[in-house]
Ligand binder design. Sequence first.
Ligand code: IPE
Ligand code: IPE
Ligand code: MG
Length: 249
Amino acid sequence: MAIINQIDKTKLPKHVAIIMDGNGRWAKQQGKNRVFGHRQGAKSVKEIVQAAGELGIDYLTLYAFSTENWNRPKLEVDALMALLISSINKETKELIQNNVRLLSIGNHAILPKNVRNKLYEAIEQTKNNTGLTLVLALSYSARWEIIEAAKKVAQLAVNQKISIEDIDEEMINQNLATATIPDPELMIRTSGEFRISNFLLWQLAYSELYFTDKLWPEFGKKEFFEALLDYQSRERRFGKTSEQLEQNI
Ligand code: IPE
Ligand code: IPE
Ligand code: MG
């Protein structure tokens, strides 16, 4: 049976988050430069966005550029920013056709102005779409996001809008960049690395984690469906016992 038909459409995660890793190593294997790998990686992005939309997944968050990635050689950073602009230029029309809404989380203030403008333009153009929400984590780090949330909550307290006792999980959630987005049920990382690399540290608290050796440019629909199948085979206990789950208590 085709792998897509093995997926239970009634038990899909609402939100899948992906650390798209391995572009550089893939390029090296091909005897090409790293930028070639990033271009190929953009093709995987297109394929996975299509697959997620077709399946009816509500949110897909892609880690496209981390705060730490600013420390890469300038040539590579510049190439990634240029690729971002050209991808948005090329793909916005298709996003609109496929009813995809674009959002982005991250420290956009330090993005080059032309990238920021392009990004905001695409977000504006897709804001009324009601299908998949595609969240690009750009210039993003989870610790940055948590610090920003702490500052906002502290300001509310200083302004006496809240008292310290009012601070709870919900208030932190509401002050994160992901305030309007549910936590991911599934987080995928490609390229055989077993780490989180400062991605969604708060939101991944109870997510299922899936690691694959496939490098990002090799990660296509089939690999995505395999990850979803694996997710569906897991029992999410949230601290309870298996018996409690079976008895629904
Ligand atoms: C992921 O691929 C893309 C970005 C971080 C922008 P890498 O560029 O990290 O590829 P590897 O890990 O060096 O193979
Ligand atoms: C994580 O990949 C960031 C993105 C995928 C954008 P990296 O390749 O930067 O991660 P580390 O530094 O190896 O953990
Ligand atoms: Mg990497």
